[in-house]
Design a protein. Structure first.
Length: 229
């Protein structure tokens, strides 16, 4: 179940016995807090479909902060491509992985001639590859594919947060503690209160990360202990 930012802000105001005159102040804090959680823990995912162009490339989505996987539709199935940073990044040179001469030499298979530095024989490869080229905002695909539909799964940048933005119920306590901490930065009676509120927030964020990634009980305990030492 998702909970609105508005509900979390109102909860924080009520917990600190503050009037709605402070609503906008808390909403600004909530916006920063949710953006932080989106990048660090919640990991909002995006999916885009592209067609491979004549240069064996597809674009990296504009709102991407990290590509998780690249897939090609094969009939009614999805075939994952494997990341390989040795793929030739040049548009006019083909996309086969750059392979060192030594990798092809074994005791049973002597060299049959000088290796040119690239492997032109498709049959040698069990997998198909992709390579990210961040400086060009492109993804280079193994050039055995042409005009294929490619699916890119990636982590997105946080979208603009307002009072109707939603967050998972498991993240509400973390955002609530963030609001309490931010308020205490300027209104705490003493430094101890501020440090305690800050500690509470980071503890909740660790617990949220543990829940999100379904860590086992030992990892869960270690995360709690690491915050208490």
């Amino acid at each position: 179940m998702d909970i609105s930012v508005d509900a979390t802000v109102r909860r924080a105001l009520a917990a600190m016995e503050l009037t709605h005159h402070f609503y906008i102040d808390f909403l600004v804090h909530a916006r920063r807090g949710l953006n932080d959680l989106n990048l660090d823990v919640l990991h909002k995912l995006g999916v885009m479909n592209y067609t491979i162009d004549e240069n064996d490339q597809i674009p990296i989505p504009d709102d991407s902060v990290g590509v998780i996987g690249v897939y090609i539709e094969v009939g009614d199935k999805i075939k994952p491509l494997y990341r390989n940073d040795k793929i030739n990044p040049k548009e006019d040179a083909g996309a086969y992985p750059v392979v060192s001469y030594e990798e092809h030499l074994t005791d049973q298979t002597p060299a049959l001639g000088m290796f040119k530095g690239r492997d032109f024989i498709k049959g040698l490869y069990w997998y198909d590859y992709y390579r990210e080229i961040p400086e060009e905002q492109k993804i280079r695909i193994d050039n055995r594919y042409k005009d294929e539909n490619v699916i890119v799964l990636y982590v997105t940048t946080p979208k603009k947060v307002d009072n109707q933005s939603l967050l998972p119920a498991m993240a509400e306590t973390a955002l609530f503690e963030f609001l309490v901490w931010q308020w205490s930065r300027f209104h705490a009676d003493n430094r101890f209160d501020h440090r305690l509120n800050k500690s509470n927030y980071y503890n909740e964020r660790r617990l949220l990360r543990a829940r999100k990634f379904k860590l086992n009980i030992n990892d869960y305990i270690r995360r709690i202990r690491s915050n208490q030492t």
